[in-house]
Design a protein around this ligand. Structure first.
Ligand SMILES: *Cc1c(COP(=O)(O)O)cnc(C)c1O
Length: 370
């Protein structure tokens, strides 16, 4: 029995009729860009997140770029983020000509260590991008309390965390703006690229709506230099179907995660691996179920031998990436993130995964660490 890290085919087959019909409707309407499906999705996601506005864009990376742009980030500014995330979280800071400043992560949650942020603030710091890694939110309450004393924007990178909560409040709704990715492998994935910003700040909503359409409010009259970054109607229609299942799918992921915890707990007790670290105030959506073990290569090899996929998220922290060599970081600068990169291993955790498959995966891990 071969088990992928994520089974998009099984998910599609479970909702095939609705998806096919949604796509056909768009083809019939022949409205393909900036149309009613996109606007309906924006309203649905804003309502879901508890924000006043949502602005759909071409992908999660663009959502960050437009958010940073709307927050006024420019060359010379510093923006703080996590070194333990997908490249886009920091790449976009550099895209605006600003300087990423990496703050080490919390050893339990692997999210940015909010307690270490203040020591890294300078007169140039203009924004913070907390990343809700693997679907578990950063302690946004402490973070928003901290920034109250400074003139700083907070942009939540919630690409992995749509539907996640901190103290009952949704990802994307704490910061001045939150961003989502609809990349196919995300918890709410399109059949291509897609992204969205959510905000309750009218200025940011208007600005990003202009920016995604060439800085234009009225067609052919351009207020400023913008971008071409839109969510097309076919993707929006697909996302509207899938969005109806999001809560049930996220709940299923949490159930799978709880069962893994139970199956692997003995190994954690023996100190052979570390289970995903939890903040009791955060309700994760388990974008990924990530173990940590000094023997991760052995686990991955044994799983692979049985046809079971696993993945390393992330092999190299951002401060040590070649692309950021110009920032001058050295190995040892952010030790918690660097250690996590040598130990982290994601195992299959998705709604369609069966109990029997989870037991098989756990058995292989037990055998690998025996
Ligand atoms: C996926 C991801 C992004 C980028 O989203 P795209 O839609 O692929 O551009 C940004 N940040 C994080 C943390 C991600 O996981």
């Amino acid at each position: 029995m071969s088990i992928p890290l994520l089974d998009l085919k099984a998910q599609y087959l479970s909702i095939k009729e609705e998806i096919d019909q949604a796509i056909m409707q768009v083809l019939d309407s022949s409205r393909f860009v900036l149309g009613p499906e996109m606007r309906a999705l924006e309203q649905e996601i804003a309502a879901y997140c508890g924000t006043d506005y949502a602005v759909a864009v071409a992908n999660g990376t663009d959502a960050l770029v437009l958010a940073l742009h709307a927050c006024g980030i420019e060359p010379g500014d510093e923006v703080i983020t996590s070194p333990f995330t997908f490249f886009a979280s920091a790449e976009t800071i550099a895209n605006l000509g600003a300087t990423p400043v990496f703050v080490d992560i919390d050893p339990v949650t692997l999210n940015i260590d909010v307690n270490k942020i203040e020591a890294n603030l300078t007169s140039k710091t203009k924004a913070i991008i907390p990343v809700h890694i693997f679907g578990q939110m950063v302690d946004m309450e402490s973070l928003m309390q901290l920034v109250r004393n400074y003139d700083l924007h907070v942009i939540e990178d919630a690409a992995q965390a749509i539907g996640a909560e901190y103290k009952g409040k949704k990802a994307g709704s704490y910061g001045h703006v939150g961003t989502f990715s609809f990349f196919p492998t995300k918890n709410l994935g399109a059949y291509g690229d897609g992204g969205m910003l959510v905000t309750s700040d009218e200025y940011i909503a208007e600005k990003t709506t202009m920016l995604r359409f060439h800085g234009c409010k009225t067609k052919y009259y351009h207020e400023e230099i913008g971008y071409n970054s839109r969510l097309d109607e076919i993707q929006a229609a697909i996302l509207r179907v899938k969005f109806r299942y999001l809560d049930a799918w996220n709940e299923a992921r949490r159930e799978k995660a709880a069962y893994y915890d139970q199956l692997l707990e003995p190994l954690a007790k023996q100190g052979k691996l570390i289970l995903p670290g939890r903040d009791p105030l955060a309700k994760s959506v388990y974008h990924l179920y990530v173990l940590r073990s000094a023997d991760r290569e052995k686990i991955a090899m044994e799983l692979h031998a049985k046809g079971i996929a696993s993945g390393v998220y992330y092999p190299l922290p951002l401060h040590l990436q070649k692309a950021f060599a110009y920032l001058g970081y050295k190995p040892g600068d952010l030790p918690v993130a660097e250690k996590a990169c040598t130990e982290a291993l994601a195992i299959p955790c998705y709604p369609e995964l069966t109990t029997a498959q989870q037991e098989e995966i756990a058995n292989v891990i037990h055998a690998a660490l025996a």
